[in-house]
Write a protein that binds this ligand. Structure first.
Ligand code: SAH
Length: 254
């Protein structure tokens, strides 16, 4: 597989960046490693001359950047998203190492999927909700007494790993969990559709009270995040849900 094609399937998503200079630094880090798909979720200030200055020769990456108001929009169409976090949270995927997780990311890209690296805000990092949109999480091993990298530096480290994996290593031909009868992997928006469907049914059945959500959805997101759902499997699960709606008279009839 052509390494440039693999790199073109990777999105770098910055969630709520506060400093335009860091957006520019991220664009520069990306371009040096051959990545170009930058997504900005609710940036505080963008476009901004400071971003252009820090991007130097990578202003084209800024010019093509996609600005969204939610992480959900930025991940639409992707099949595998990795959260970057300086610390383990009490919920969300267990933190893995950059190299192993990037190998998986490149394998997914080699299988034809769009994939994403998701970075947090400079002060507060990623929210738990943002982390729960990702199927894997990574921490860059650091000095335990000083573990937080500058946003642009964190982007640089991951983009470097992506380039090394795309160019130097043969990505595995078979993605883990793929069998000959497997259907293509489900995209982020298809999985969100399943959550929406589950929410409707569980609310109708009385199992879920939206007034007291508790940790039900974070736990369901973590469960489904572990299993690499395929399109057919989403269709089966949604078919089962739709059939119960017909029986209870809550859904479409006939
Ligand atoms: N104070 C924040 C850190 C924000 S740094 C916190 O405690 O989470 C901005 C972003 O850079 C982070 O959200 C993360 O995406 C990335 N980052 C910084 N240091 C990192 C590290 N050691 N490992 C992985 N990602 C890191």
């Amino acid at each position: 597989m052509n390494p440039e094609v693999l790199l073109s399937r990777i999105r770098v998503v910055l969630c709520r960046p506060s400093h335009p200079g860091n957006i520019g630094a991220a664009a520069r880090a990306m371009k040096t490693m051959g990545l170009s798909n930058l997504y900005l979720v609710s940036p505080k200030q963008f476009p901004d001359p400071e971003a252009d200055t820090r991007a130097t020769g990578a202003v084209d990456v800024l010019a093509q950047a996609t600005v969204t108001t939610s992480l959900k929009e930025a991940l639409a169409g992707t099949a595998f998203a990795v959260a970057l976090s300086a610390r383990q949270r009490d919920i969300g995927p267990v933190l893995g190492a950059p190299r192993e997780t990037v190998a998986r990311l490149i394998a997914e890209a080699a299988a034809g999927s769009d994939v994403a690296l998701v970075f947090g805000n400079e002060t507060v990092g990623l929210t738990n909700e943002e982390i729960l949109h990702c199927q894997a999480a990574v921490t860059i091993p650091t000095n335990p007494d000083f573990s937080s990298l500058n946003l642009g530096s964190a982007v640089q480290v991951l983009c470097y790993e992506c380039r090394m994996a795309a160019f130097l290593e043969q990505p595995p031909v078979v993605v883990p969990g793929v069998t000959p009868f497997a259907s293509p992997v489900a995209t982020h928006d298809e999985i969100e559709g399943l959550y929406g469907h589950l929410e409707t049914i569980m609310t109708d059945s009385g199992f879920y009270n939206p007034e007291q959500p508790g940790r039900l959805f974070p736990k369901l997101r973590r469960l489904f995040g572990r299993v690499r759902l395929e399109k057919d499997e989403i269709n089966i699960l949604r078919g089962i849900l739709a059939s119960t709606q017909v029986k209870t008279g809550h859904g479409r009839k006939g």
